[in-house]
Design a protein around this ligand. Sequence first.
Ligand SMILES: [Zn+2]
Length: 480
Amino acid sequence: MNPKSKQKFFITAAIPYVNAKPHIGHALEFIQTDTIARYHRLLGQDVLSLSGGDENALKNVQAAEAAHQPIQPFVDQNTESFRQLALKLNAEFSVWQKGSNSRHHQSSQKLWQLCHEQGDIYKKSYTGLYCLGCEAFYSPDELNQDGQCPEHPGKKLEAVKEENYFFRLSKYQAQLIDIIQSDKLHIVPETRKNEVLSFLKSGLHDLSISRSNHRTKNWGVPVPGDNTQRIYVWFDALNIYQSGIGFGWDQDHYHKWWPADLHVIGKGIIRFHAVYWPAFLLSAGLQLPHKIFVHEYFTVDGQKMSKTVGNVYDPFTLIDHLGADPLRYYCLAKINPFTDGDFSEGKVLATYTSDLANGLGNLVSRVAALVDQSGKEVLEDEHTIIRQELRHHLDNFRFDLALADIWQRLRATDQFIEQKRPWELEGDELQAILQTLVAHIRQAAFELQIFLPQTAAQINAHFKGPNITKIDPLFPRLDQ
Ligand SMILES: [Zn+2]
């Protein structure tokens, strides 16, 4: 490999169902994914990030019917609102792939054909319990003690009988155990890896991967060579990760980026990503993704988010009110990605005041004012790097620890000002203190590019030097 060519890093966020508008949980995942992408860009890697809309699900069809709308404009509209959310959060996705895109159809049919050529797809009659929330069949032993879906307790399972195509999942059991045990497909955290391993060891049933035209209302990707069936949503939705980068329509581009270096997903869809997806890829003779980062969920005001409780939180108004960075900061600094975190407007506002207005914002204003009053010039630094401690936290997806580390240094800088009392100094002594203070601010701004892109850009622009003037508050005080 040419040492000068950049290392590539292909990262994906989960592809959301677009049967409804996005909620705060989607914001969390977009922010986490974007932060990892920005980190790898700052390391000098060539980064491609992807998300999009899972538009072919049965529940989209039903939601469109309930809204008395044709399916295509319904999913277009909802997918667009997810894209808008990402844009408002400054979560940059290089590729935004829609499931109804014709190239995606072509790509999913190619994946089907490759699995079919291996003899891994066969047709049989089937009766089963279907959870529309998961878009998946459940066998009786997988249900909770009330006989309901473990992800959607309270939701009625549908008894479905039809002739479907099946994928020989059972054939890949031993291979899947091996690749996950050995971290060839690395699942983070370890607890989730163990959960997948115990599921694999309990035995795999073959998987239904098509639905009749009757049930899908002719929506979705047609099964190659059979005009009575559509490809099952997960077989097709997971393939958005490949179709978005050219699989089946631009093989050069595809080979430049595949396999994915990292899939970012929520805990509810781990089985689809860590069992079904690698099995399809193994069957098709394609490379496996390197790593899956599984994050936990947001509760809202201490309760699981649900339509029934009525606490599904729409993040748009808050972003319009505060800007993207305060929400990014809350999601990254106050949430351990490996435990459920709680969201409430009150907590976001309190954090805004304590950590952003009184913390970062106040320190930046203070240092700018000191330099301004001194009449001195502060030259540009040689170079800035991401500190080792920060890299360690980011490599382990502990955004909260990374930001705690940066904030610890901000507080230390504040204390340094108190100790040195630069307002009582002059000459070289003052010059040296100001140089140190500005270097601290520049270092913080450099690292904050990963987390708070707008704020970091503002600080960087203002502290370029050699002349640094007073700065308007980065985080104005909130009216009650
Ligand atoms: Zn379910």
